[in-house]
Design a protein around this ligand. Structure first.
Ligand SMILES: Cc1ncc(COP(=O)(O)O)c(C=O)c1O
Length: 255
């Protein structure tokens, strides 16, 4: 497969369609659909090298396939991220981004104005795993500051919030979070990367739940979590935090 060059110099409309595209040896103009769960290898040695993460390439569609990879590459370009992970729904992205980096005993601070299902994750799901949370008025920076504890590992916000459309100060909240040693996770669903770039406001980990519009052309029909990679200790890397040798998705932009 060949990769298209960066589309950074093109207009957003073009980038939405072409960024990150992978083209097969047949030279198709639009994205091909890869309706396969497995892949073939030239030799048993190559198969072994792929499974060990020593050689880049696809293994199994649950890990990745060319369509998912294309979608992730597109999100990396549009969001200015260093890596992306696609999930099947927005809530899968939000749940993974919030839950995966935490363990029992950790604490989360979140803005209380949020989409009901996200609130369910913070208020109902986290305590089941021994993770406490504090909900704050997201517009009040002092409340964010006061809510931080030594064991606060993540802050979570939506901006604009669904459904109240509060616009939060992502840069300042990121500063508060990072000072406390926590990562900031931003649900960017309403603004989308076309109107708001959380990664340029602060080194954050963030999610895009998938409005059907953004995924209409993505055969992967996925949401994504696009973390900044570990230049900052407060950065969430979600599953890309795995050492490269254990990452089974050794595709461009991953690990
Ligand atoms: C702010 C926000 N986050 C997460 C989601 C969940 O996305 P999905 O329905 O794809 O799981 C939504 C859905 O509307 C949303 O508005």
């Amino acid at each position: 497969m060949s990769e298209t060059k960066s589309t950074a110099r093109y207009r957003p409309e073009t980038r939405l369609v072409h960024a990150g595209a992978l083209r097969s040896q047949f030279g198709e103009t639009s994205e091909a659909l890869f309706l396969t769960q497995g892949f073939v290898y030239d030799s048993a040695e190559q198969c072994e090298a792929r499974f060990k993460g020593e050689e880049p390439g696809f293994l199994y569609s649950r890990f990745s396939n060319p369509n998912v990879s294309m979608f992730e590459r597109r999100m990396i370009e549009l969001e200015g991220a260093e890596a992306a992970r696609a999930t099947a729904t927005g809530m899968a992205a939000v749940t993974t981004a919030i839950l995966a980096p935490l363990k029992a005993g950790d604490h989360v601070v979140a803005a209380k104005a949020m989409f009901g299902s996200c609130r369910y994750v913070v208020e109902d799901l986290l305590p089941r795993y021994g993770i406490q949370s504090t909900l704050v008025d997201g517009l009040d920076l002092d409340q964010w500051r006061r809510a931080m504890r030594p064991n606060t590992k993540s802050c979570f916000l939506e901006s604009p919030t669904n459904p109240t459309l509060d616009v939060l100060d992502i840069g300042s909240i990121a500063e508060i979070a990072h000072k406390a040693g926590a990562r900031l996770i931003v649900d960017n669903v309403f603004a989308t990367p076309i109107w708001q770039s959380p990664l340029s406001l602060a080194p954050t980990s963030w999610c895009i739940p998938p409005p059907s519009t953004s995924t209409a052309r993505a055969a992967a029909s996925a949401a994504s979590s696009c973390p900044r990679m570990p230049s900052s200790p407060s950065t969430s890397t979600i599953s890309c935090a795995r050492p490269a040798r254990r990452c089974r998705r050794s595709m461009p932009g991953c690990c």
